[in-house]
Design a protein around this ligand. Sequence first.
Ligand SMILES: *Cc1c(COP(=O)(O)O)cnc(C)c1O
Length: 394
Amino acid sequence: MRVYADNAATTRMSETAIAAMLPYMDKIYGNPSSLHSFGQEAAEVLQQARETVAGLLGAESREIYFTSGGSEADNMAIISAARLGAKKGKKHIISSRIEHHAVLHTLDKLKKEGYEITLLEVGREGRVKAEDVAAAIRPDTALVTIMYANNEIGTIQPIKEIGAICKEKGVIFHTDAVQAVGHLDINVKEQNIDMLSLSAHKFHGPKGVGALYCRRGLILTNIIEGGGQERGKRGGTENIPAIVAAAAAMKEACENIEKHAIYVSALRDRLIKGLAHIPHAVVNGSGEKLPGIANFCFEGIEGESLLLLLNKDGIAASSGSACTSGSLDPSHVLLALGLPHEVAHGSLRISLCHYNTIEEVDHIIASVPKVVDYLRDISPVWEALMEGERPHVI
Ligand SMILES: *Cc1c(COP(=O)(O)O)cnc(C)c1O
């Protein structure tokens, strides 16, 4: 049995999304910027896709900018807000320690340019406190950027509260909602969100396409210069097949949020219950979480070895973020929870979706304890723990 349990890294495209994109490869293939009928047909479907995405977020179509994905949308939002702040002499940005690298590395770049960055702590729960955001805001704060839901441990952040605080204080609020869109109900106006990033391949759409919602009145800075596409803010001929498929996938996902959440969270709970007998293990992050993500740490083992052996059993999982740079550093998210390095190393992220079955989850439940036992048997660290030469942490 081959089980795909890495849906936080990427998802399989839905049949609806595939069907939606096909006609725009060979039948309606004009460039939306062209004045002739071929171009105008493409411009029309582009506008329809923009309206679909906007409607599903509670936004206006002119507030949606299509990008190459979540990373580009994050870069564009953060750089734009930073530039707007600098014009008013505001060069302080607030974020959290558990953001995606698309956010953290963009902030690193701004830091080198002289911006001051505050990264909020998340505690063992893995959640930013709205009052911490309020306390961190200064007169020179240009931007608060806090992710909607974490991609490694699934914790959902108090977005509406943070948005209200930012609104009151006149600070731009961006959220990386790449893991949340299509999985949780979102309304940018009700939740006081100024900017929001999304990516189609996290909700069964194609890879390489996403969008940035940017509230009317906020001026974006171009990351890619070009021919004036996307209201002049993002150059490059629009990827019409991918954009159409992204909109179709988003519509399908948003219409089924509740149904999928009930099914997927039942699978996840079965998984957590099925692995609960493994000693010296912990489920990371607590409180409100995404339906599909379960993140574990097993003391005395290496996450990488665990993944390789699970892969031999046909199970595709992850030890955290898919964006490992080949380094053996443990996940920055797990370290932010306060887990010691050696425990954070033994992490396993299982991320499920509505295509997964009970049989697949039962296969994972059968395999993980076997693999954990095997690795602990050959682990000098586990031996030291068992001999009492070092204390158990979990
Ligand atoms: C996947 C992901 C991204 C990056 O999106 P891409 O479309 O792959 O560039 C950004 N943020 C989060 C939280 C993600 O899960």
